[in-house]
Write a protein that binds this ligand. Structure first.
Ligand code: ATR
Length: 285
């Protein structure tokens, strides 16, 4: 059995055990003689407790872990080796046991990317508006740039933070194709005539039942609007976009997408996301 867990705080409501159990069932069904399975638990860990709890998990045979809020940056520091995507994202959401320690990966960006592909949202040559400049936004930028958009604009309530994040992507190493990445305040978007194809809300506003105060003008060309937050009802950001006749999606597909990529890294098996997303959607209603 693969010993797996998800570390975070809070963690009680994490959907990861449910998702990975469903993947494991598919994995076993794909084998003639299933000799393997997973045991996936939740581990509540504050920042202070995390290093020690991670060591304890390893000592008990832990093979891999997911890491969620507020531990992704700390997991980046604790990883012995890191994938290029995790390196650039500055955050790790997946740890894979190696002989030397833990290999850190970030599958959030891939999760968003595959979900947008499933939703038939084209990113290549698109003008993308990323709203938010915290860890969630930073984590998906490598994958967004890998999809070769025309431009990426990062808008944030605190403009300074968006500027600092945009600066990270100016170097040739971080952005080999030199895709234009810039920062904007919310209010300046009203004068920005870019025909946005995709707007991604990476702020935590939806968790507080709020929406970022974005100008209506950005919805003029009916962009696809995505919120990384998910729930039984659309977030205020998605409600607003939907009222202006924009296509919308919440982040449940991204959650399943990042989990599928983590599962693949641990087991080498690529699960089918669609059935799992369908069942998960039904269970959160
Ligand atoms: P996360 O890891 O979820 O990204 P974070 O690093 O604390 O968490 O970042 C939260 C993001 O959501 C930030 O971009 C924050 O904007 P500020 O940088 O201006 O604080 C944004 N955010 C949170 N609540 C918001 C709200 N009600 N309206 C707009 N933006 C909000």
């Amino acid at each position: 059995y693969y010993q797996l867990t998800v570390f975070g705080d809070p963690i009680a409501h994490s959907r990861s055990p449910q998702i990975h159990s469903a993947f494991a069932q598919q994995w076993q069904a794909s084998m003639v003689d299933p000799q393997v399975g997973i045991h996936y638990t939740r581990t509540l860990a504050s920042r202070g407790e995390f290093p020690e709890l991670l060591n304890a998990f390893r000592a008990l045979g832990g093979m891999g872990a997911n890491v969620t809020v507020p531990l992704k940056e700390l997991a980046w520091e604790l990883a012995t080796t890191r994938s290029p995507q995790a390196e650039l994202a500055g955050a790790v959401n997946t740890l894979v046991r190696t002989e030397q320690g833990w290999h850190g990966e970030n599958t959030d960006g891939i999760g968003l990317y595959v979900d947008l592909c499933d939703l038939h949202v084209a990113l290549k040559d698109a003008d993308i508006l990323l709203v938010g400049a915290g860890g969630a936004a930073r984590g998906v930028i490598p994958a967004l740039l890998a999809a070769e958009p025309r431009t990426l604009v990062i808008a944030n309530r605190t403009l300074e933070r968006a500027k600092r994040l945009a600066d990270v992507w100016q170097s040739e190493r971080a952005n080999p194709r030199q895709i234009p990445v810039s920062a904007s305040s919310f209010s300046d978007l009203a004068q920005n005539e870019t025909p946005w194809a995709v707007i991604i809300n990476a702020t935590s506003s939806g968790l507080q039942g709020e929406r970022p105060p974005l100008p209506n003008a950005i919805l003029q060309h009916r962009p696809f609007c995505y919120d990384m937050v998910y729930g039984a009802a659309p977030t205020p950001f998605l409600q607003w976009a939907s009222e202006q006749q924009c296509p919308i999606a919440d982040g449940l597909g991204m959650l399943v997408g990042q989990a599928a990529e983590s599962f693949y890294l641990w087991t080498g098996f690529r699960p089918d996301r669609a059935t799992v997303l369908h069942d998960l959607r039904a269970s959160i209603r």
